[in-house]
Design a binder for this molecule. Sequence first.
Ligand code: PRX
Length: 567
Amino acid sequence: MAIEEVIYPYEGNYNITAELPVREDFSWKAIESNFSWSETGKVNMAYECVDRHVADGFGDKVALHYFGEEEEYTLTYRELKEKSDLWATVLKKRGVKKGDFVFVFLSKHPDCHIAMLAAIKLGAVVGPLFEAFMEDAVKERIADCEGTYLIASPELIKRVPRAELPSLQTVWITAEPEQCKGDEISLYAEARAIEAEEDIIEWVDLEHGLNVHYTSGSTGRPKGIIHAHRAMIQQYITGRWVLDLKEDDIYWCTAHPGWVTGTVYGVFAPLLNRATIVIHGGRFNADEWYSVLEKSGVTVWYSAPTAFRMLMAEGDEKLADYDLSKVRHILSVGEPLNPEVIRWGIKALSNRIHDTWWMTETGAQLIVNLPSEKIIPGSMGRPFPGIEAAILDDDGQELPSGEVGHLALKANWPGIMREVWKDPAKYSTYFPFEGWYVSGDLATIDENGYIFFQGRSDDMINSSGERIGPFEVESKLIEHPAVAEVGVIGKPDAVRGEIVKAFIVLRNGYEANDALLQELRQFVRSGLAAHAAPREIEFLDELPKTPISGKILRRELKARELEKVGV
Ligand code: PRX
């Protein structure tokens, strides 16, 4: 592969330069000495994220800096410890114990961080739910785990179909009692009425369940990916070496904790590294984002290609109104990062944008652009120290550089999922060849180990970095009385990477018109989630199908679409 462009590291005092040669001497075992449990034997992610920093004398350092629509405030590490201890006590009093699932349905707000940490302190498995989920998506996840406990805001509880969730027995609302209905409990009032129990932390082992995120593939319902406390080893060291978090860093990860990035690099990694986290409520808005970067003095910023492309589209004139000179390190994840965006980053933000690749299942970054290494625009970077990647053919044989094949990683590493909830058969599909985790992505590798993303080997859709299973969208659409058959694909899009496109055959008696199109889109938007709603719908007389089994051929639909747009 001809490499046309290389961007060398900027002059900088990065963590990794001081620790070279990290690749040759790397061992996961050596990283363990950074945790208090390496001496005490007592493991708990929330303790390492918060309490240990207080014990080490950093209680006054700001942990969270919240920029909401109506208020702005900070919480120190000590305050975060006290609040999460208190909420953990509330949870415990109502029965939460080691191994229980605690779902958290809150928007980007310090309450979300506190609730997650409180559940983890008790050894519960926390299930953060994406704030844009509607009833079906919420129901499916809580029901699959037979979840008993939920912490929600007064706004988001409206999207929880309690009557259809018999397992859900205890619901706390992050509000005062006046805002609670029926058997809902005011978390604020309960927390005021008690004192935090001393030694509230439940010690667990490294393999103990930590959090669950549901993730989509091309077939079937979303699967619950369970991570273990051991993930902290990798989350900490990637936070230090890839995010390059240091003592004085103000760090902003734009993802909501309902997505794995928002949990791992929005909550765990920065707290493990004792950074200050910026939390910004509300939706994307270029002016607001630039103003948060300026006001909070963000130094390290982790976002996604769609967001960068949207900022780029706003024009650079806007940037003249803001002082972003404190930003010293920018990273991206979730979808292919176009070389053009990297060039824009250099010009407009005076920073290289460092791509990172990983998946919900991998629990932490695996392919990265270390701050000290050169970037090849168009490449996702190289394996993190301790990680071995290869491109395999369909039989599991390693392919030479430049050839497209399955992106695979030598199993295992500390962050890798512990299990696919209630689906060991699905778990084994990730390991079709002895010793390799196969990602489902197609890629090439060059002689220096730089990896280039080429697409997916399945029908999974990636829109704005959000992973959408076509089956989930099809299942929702088929519930609509007008829909006889449906196939859903990802259509290439200049801003969002892909958009969801549905091909629909209508039932007799229904007419394809704009009103119906809007109605169908709204049906998915309000039932499942806004990001899953098809941006395009095309009505067809019939769908392409396999001759014998009659399965809808999404691939054929996609090939036709690509031909139309000239890809
Ligand atoms: O296809 C790859 C894409 O996102 C998938 C994982 O999605 P999810 O589990 O939601 O996790 C997203 C963030 C951790 C991958 O299989 N993907 C992720 N990062 C990149 C990417 N595609 C291209 N470039 C990336 N840097």
